[in-house]
Design a protein around this ligand. Structure first.
Ligand SMILES: Nc1ncnc2c1ncn2[C@@H]1O[C@H](COP(=O)(O)OP(=O)(O)OP(=O)(O)O)[C@@H](O)[C@H]1O
Ligand SMILES: [Mg+2]
Length: 228
C-alpha cells in the first residue's frame, strides 16, 4: 500500500450559493485525488465552478457537503486560524489579476508575503531573490509593477506565491491575460516547480496548456466529466 497521502483529496463536494428559489448548485458531487508532484489543470466553460473549486481547495471557502483533505489533513476539522496558517505556510496562491502591491517593487512584493508566511527576517532576502531568479526576474526585481509587462507582473505574482516553498501552488487562470507565448513560459516555470516536487493546480481555457499538463479535470454541470 502506498503510504503517501494524496496532496489533495476531495470526496463528494457540493457547493450551493444563495437560498431558496435563488439557490444555485455550482458543485455537485466532485471527487478528486491529486498525487504530490503533479501538474494538474481544471477546465470547463465560464461559470462551471473552477474558481469555486480552487477557493475550496485553498481553504478560502467551505463546502456545503463533502470533505477535502490536504496531505491527509481534513480541512473541515481545522479552526479558522489553522486554515489560515496552512494557507500561508504550505500553499501558494496565484490569481488572474496578479494582485501585486503597486507601490512595492517586485522584490518588496515577494518579501512582504514571506513576512506574512512567518519566514524569519534573516532568511527572507535570499528566499525572495531565489524565487525571483526562478521565474527569470532577477534583473528586474527592483522595478515596480507599472514598470513591468503583464508577463513580468504575473511572474512576480508566481515568485511571491512560491518563495516560502509551498507544497501546493493553486493558480486561477494564471495565463488568461497573457499572450500565448508568455503563457507557455509561465507553464514552463510551473513545470520546473513540479520537477522540484511541488504540486501545481491551475485553471485554464487554453488548449495548448491542456496538452502539457499531467492531468486534466473537466467540470460540467457541477461534476467532473473528464477524468485523467
Ligand atoms: N459568492 C458567490 N455567490 C453567488 N454565486 C456565486 C458566487 N461565486 C460564484 N458564484 C456562481 O457560481 C458559478 C460558478 O462560478 P465560478 O467563478 O466558480 O466559475 P468559473 O468556472 O471559475 O468561471 P470563469 O471561467 O468565468 O472564471 C457562477 O454561476 C457564479 O455566478
Ligand atoms: Mg473562474
Amino acid at each position: 500500500m502506498d503510504a503517501t497521502p494524496p496532496m489533495i483529496r476531495a470526496d463528494g463536494i457540493k457547493r450551493v450559493f444563495g437560498r431558496g428559489t435563488a439557490a444555485v448548485t455550482v458543485l455537485d458531487g466532485v471527487d478528486l485525488s491529486i498525487a504530490p508532484g503533479r501538474l494538474v489543470a481544471f477546465k470547463g466553460r465560464s461559470g462551471s465552478g473552477k474558481t469555486t473549486l480552487i477557493n475550496l481547495l485553498a481553504a478560502l471557502d467551505r463546502p456545503d457537503e463533502g470533505t477535502i483533505s490536504f496531505a491527509g489533513r481534513e480541512l473541515g476539522g481545522l479552526s479558522e486560524r489553522e486554515r489560515g496558517d496552512l494557507r500561508r505556510k504550505e500553499m501558494g496562491l496565484v490569481f488572474q489579476s496578479f494582485a501585486l502591491f503597486p507601490l512595492m517593487s517586485a522584490y518588496e512584493n515577494v518579501e512582504f508575503l514571506l513576512r506574512i508566511a512567518g519566514v524569519p527576517a534573516k532568511d527572507r532576502k535570499d528566499a525572495a531573490a531565489e524565487a525571483l531568479g526562478q521565474v527569470g526576474l532577477k534583473a528586474r526585481m527592483h522595478h515596480r509593477p507599472f514598470e513591468m509587462s503583464g508577463g513580468e507582473q504575473q511572474r512576480t505574482a508566481i515568485a511571491r506565491a512560491i518563495a516560502h516553498r509551498p507544497k501546493l501552488l493553486l493558480a486561477d487562470e494564471p495565463t488568461a491575460e497573457l499572450d500565448s507565448r508568455t503563457g507557455l513560459q509561465i507553464i514552463k516555470v510551473f513545470r520546473d516547480l513540479v520537477q522540484q516536487g511541488m504540486t501545481v493546480i491551475l485553471t485554464t481555457h487554453d488548449p495548448a496548456i491542456m496538452d502539457i499538463v499531467d492531468q486534466v479535470y473537466e467540470l460540467e454541470d457541477g461534476r467532473i466529466v473528464a477524468m485523467p
